[in-house]
Design a protein around this ligand. Structure first.
Ligand code: 6YU
Length: 468
């Protein structure tokens, strides 16, 4: 019966916590979560940054992608009154500048962004219906670049064409968020998924930080069910009773294990984590799905130099020519600086892919110097002060995340993701090791919603197993 079933969950991110709560609600009372670090939340991580505890920043997830009932994080946040007032994010507004210090008129930037998002929506639809045929458009970069070239000359008067191109260049940078990598690595035919709920429906947690969600999830669970500082080093799964061994030597026996470690972690460590090792289709699928890096730069100013209502600076480079993976030009990959709603003294920008990995090696002073120089150059204002403090996230070198989130690269496909998500069965054909987390969701991969939904889905497999 459910009371006797021993379930171990590896990882206390939103997938693991959502699975645990679902099992707990269904009457399983022997559920143990083993978490490697000294905190819960995983890639959801809110910390104070400033003079008071209430000035916070989000090191990881920041938006609920998708405002609506179909988003499990949105509904959870709604139910717990975390979206009051509702803060929507608008990607089309803000001030666009180019590196000559020229402020592009809002009329041009708005029009360019509206057109760019239309191209994106078309591709999203085409990639779902598998209508993309032109093979010169196989890679995302080419697909967008070609269309933007054309739109700039057909949709804008001659005098505005160059400014429009700059705005489109901004968009090419912004799009890299989608895969946490370079657009030259993502196949346009695999584009659909992330945007399943549509752009312009990103909302923010207004009442606390994103971590409030994982904190609340944990509060529903028995206190002693979450073991922190307990990195799992091996899962011996072919014996009648599964043995989960921690780095400290502690051993837990289980009837079922739900593994929620990131795809990046599994790519690196699966060979020694599972005993016996993973079946071939799964270990291959692990490397056929992409896993990228998104890092953020936070600049803290004692006196915000931007005035109220402003503070969204979008870098619209005229010179977009940079080699793929050119670390020394990492600053060209900063999309801009924005003021987060929950910290009046902070600007946040992001750097993705190889450039994002590279900035993890730079010291604060260097990042501060380069960012200040760049802001002064784009705003054409040498009086802009240097920040008092700088923080750069290090998601790639983070031992337990190994990057930011998964994406579809050329050899990826829905069936590969399916292979990834399949449980491991024992000789009695019972699912003994299950996989949950953002990377295992068919359509909502990369998001907190995908992670939470997949945790609930895997928990439901076990619930069904013991209800029949
Ligand atoms: C979303 C968003 N978002 C930004 C960044 C990142 C991600 N995502 P977890 O990894 O959480 O849990 C696994 C646990 O397992 C973890 O605790 C480990 O410690 C543990 N573990 C590992 N190994 C173990 C072992 N051996 N033993 C035991 N435990 C072990 N998602 O919905 N909205 O906005 C963003 C973003 C930087 C890194 C995101 C976002 C992705 C989510 O964070 C992610 O999918 C889920 O949290 C994963 O949960 P999970 O449970 O599957 O795994 C002008 C202008 C400029 C403005 N620029 C913009 C700047 C701001 C940019 N911000 C973007 C934020 C984004 C896109």
């Amino acid at each position: 019966s459910k009371e006797d079933v021993k379930i171990v969950i590896v990882g206390a991110g939103i997938a693991g916590l959502s699975a645990a709560k679902h099992l707990h609600d269904a009457g399983f009372n022997n559920v143990t979560i083993l978490e490697a670090t000294s905190r819960i939340g995983g890639r959801i991580h809110t910390i104070p940054f400033g003079k008071t505890e209430s000035e916070i920043i989000e090191l990881g997830a920041q938006w609920i992608h998708g405002e609506g009932e179909e988003n499990s994080v949105y509904t959870f946040a709604m139910d717990h009154d975390l979206l009051n007032p509702l803060i929507r994010w608008n990607w089309r507004t803000g001030k666009f500048y180019n590196e000559s210090g020229h402020a592009i008129s809002e009329e041009i930037s708005m029009k360019a962004m509206n057109l760019a998002f239309e191209v994106e929506e078309t591709l999203d639809e085409e990639s779902r219906t598998k209508n993309i045929l032109a093979d010169e458009d196989l890679y995302l970069y080419g697909y967008f670049d070609r269309r933007f070239e054309k739109l700039a000359s057909t949709e804008f008067p001659k005098d505005d064409e160059d400014n429009a191109k700059d705005c489109f260049n901004y968009f090419l940078n912004y799009l890299r968020f989608d895969n946490g990598n370079d657009l030259r690595l993502q196949f346009s035919q695999n584009f659909g998924g992330y945007f399943a709920v549509g752009e312009n429906k990103d909302v923010c947690i207004s009442n606390g930080g994103f971590q409030t969600i994982t904190d609340i999830l944990a509060s529903y669970l028995p206190k002693d069910s979450i073991h922190l500082d307990s990195p799992v080093s091996s899962i011996k799964w072919s014996t009648p009773e599964i043995k989960v061994v921690c780095g400290s030597g502690a051993e837990f026996s289980a009837d079922h294990v739900i593994v929620t470690v990131s795809l990046g972690y599994l790519q690196k460590h699966h060979e020694h984590l599972f005993e016996p090792s993973l079946p071939l289709n799964k270990s291959q699928a692990l490397h056929q799905i992409g896993y990228g890096t998104v890092n953020k730069i936070f600049l803290y100013y004692d006196e915000p130099f931007w005035t109220k209502g402003q503070g969204t600076i979008r870098f619209a480079w005229t010179d977009k020519n940079r080699d793929i993976n050119s670390a020394d030009e990492w600053y060209k990959a900063i999309d801009g600086f924005d003021k987060p709603h929950n910290n009046a003294h902070v600007l946040v920008g992001s750097v993705v892919g190889e450039e994002g990995k590279y900035i993890e090696s730079l010291d604060k002073e260097e990042v501060s110097r380069v960012c200040t120089q760049q802001i002064r150059m784009f705003l054409n204002d040498d009086s802009i002060p240097a920040p008092r403090d700088v923080l750069v996230t290090k998601w790639n070198s983070d031992k337990w995340s190994c990057g930011s989130y998964s994406y579809m690269k050329q050899e990826s496909s829905e069936s590969r993701r399916n292979d990834l998500a399949q449980p491991l069965y024992n000789d009695d054909n019972k699912p003994v090791v299950l996989f949950a987390g953002e990377a295992y969701h068919k359509t909502r991969y990369s998001t907190t919603d995908g992670a939470r939904s997949s945790g609930i889905d895997q928990a439901q497999i076990l619930t069904n197993l013991y209800s029949s």
